[in-house]
Design a protein around this ligand. Structure first.
Ligand code: AMP
Length: 257
């Protein structure tokens, strides 16, 4: 065989037409079966059993994925989600996002960002100056796929995050996703909090500030969440960004390796 083959593995679990869980991996042939089995276990670990689990495997060929250094992590403790949202807004403002999009993003993520008032499966793309919605499908959003930690960094990042008391798989995955998306053409920053009612943490990410993690960006028990990518007002081709998010394979390395 010529060179190492890379595979994108995507899991999506649902109940009826309702999304239950999803996750992505980018792996080589040798660990493909393990990655599939871990994703299926993940789908089965929810409080309710899915009635459909779809695992999609795409061979991306032998081209080596682009390597990006992981964003640095800054911790913002505190259990008051209102204070944390004010602090997150300040970080976004410092990065260069205007007030209108910041407030709109907070409002959308709080109440269900899709026109149907449900959580979206993907991210909102929002003009960082005007707050205009730029994603082609506002119900679904745009999903970032084809990213993962390098095998070496996967081990290191677990140890590093455990040092901050962060051993939840969500943090590791969110840090990888944030690293990929903020390197997208035209992306200024990302705001995220989970729709998992048991997971209250969220973050603001950007190339300049890194990954700024807030322990509480929402109240426990709240099942509303999502992701907003703030886009440079001058960005002329949203399609180029969508292509990058959906198709470009990226592996994330640790900064201190
Ligand atoms: P999670 O952190 O998995 O709870 O996801 C929180 C929200 O982020 C979801 O409701 C989606 O709106 C969005 N999201 C999840 N995964 C992705 C992804 N791969 N790309 C873009 N947006 C995502």
């Amino acid at each position: 065989m010529n060179g190492t083959l890379y595979y994108s593995v995507r899991m999506h679990a649902s109940i009826g037409s309702k999304h239950l869980s999803g996750a992505e991996r980018l792996v080589t042939t040798t660990v493909l079966d393990r990655a599939v089995s871990e994703l299926v276990s993940r789908a089965l670990s929810k409080r309710v059993a899915p009635d459909q689990i779809t695992v999609t495997i795409d061979c991306l060929g032998a081209g080596r994925p682009r390597i990006l250094k992981s964003l640095d992590v800054t911790m913002m403790p505190g259990d008051d989600y209102r204070a944390a949202r004010i602090a997150a807004s300040k970080v976004l403002r410092e990065i260069g996002v205007s007030d209108i999009p910041i407030n709109l993003a907070l409002d959308l993520l709080s109440r269900g960002a899709a026109p149907s008032r449900q959580n979206m499966r993907g991210a909102i793309l929002m003009d960082g100056l005007t707050g205009g919605r730029l994603e082609p499908d506002q119900e679904r959003g745009v999903r970032a796929t084809r990213f993962d930690w390098t095998p070496e960094a996967d081990h290191l990042i677990r140890t590093k995050l455990a040092g901050y008391g962060l051993s939840h798989f969500r943090t590791r995955e969110a840090l990888a996703l944030a690293t990929k998306v903020v390197h997208g053409p035209g992306v200024i920053a990302e705001l995220c909090w989970s729709d998992d009612p048991d997971y209250t943490a969220g973050y603001v990410a950007s190339r300049s500030k890194g990954y700024v993690r807030f322990s509480f960006l929402k109240q426990a028990g709240n099942n509303r969440g999502g992701r907003v990518l703030f886009i440079d007002h001058q960005m002329s081709s949203i399609q180029r960004l969508v292509d990058y998010l959906q198709n470009e394979a990226v592996l994330i390395d640790c900064p201190d390796r």
